[in-house]
Design a protein around this ligand. Structure first.
Ligand code: CU
Length: 125
């Protein structure tokens, strides 16, 4: 970090005598700035952590998957829906498990996405 380099060069030892009072103040200011940067980092990261808790998971029954490429097409279609964080498609069970943010994506948007790709789906019971 460049701030550390500045402190090394202009730290207590490097300053002329008349600056002995100023340098500790500069050090204090630098330290409080660093603390502020850390605090901002925490403040930015926090909402993402809270977000992770509000994800919803749903399993859909998917029709028309006839070959090994079909699940990939369904997965891509689901992942393109805004708010979807993960989509797993099971070819053998003919299902798709989707994690999504319910504030951004709806069940209707998910089933529409698969239907538009050629694979109508409905919520698995
Ligand atoms: Cu196929």
């Amino acid at each position: 970090m460049p701030a550390v380099g500045i402190l090394d060069r202009y730290g207590p030892g490097a300053w002329p005598d008349r600056c002995t009072l100023v340098s500790p103040i500069v050090l204090l200011i630098m330290k409080s700035l660093m603390n502020r940067i850390v605090l901002i980092g925490v403040a930015v990261a926090l909402p993402f952590t809270l977000f992770a808790g509000s994800l919803q998971t749903v399993t859909l029954d998917v029709q028309n998957m006839t070959c090994a490429v079909c699940p990939i097409t369904v997965k891509k279609a689901l992942e393109r829906v805004p708010g979807v964080t993960a989509a797993k498609v099971d070819f053998d069970k003919k299902t798709a498990s989707i994690s999504f943010d319910p504030d951004k994506a709806s069940l209707a948007a998910l089933t529409k996405a698969t239907a538009d790709a050629g694979y109508p789906s409905s919520v698995h019971n």
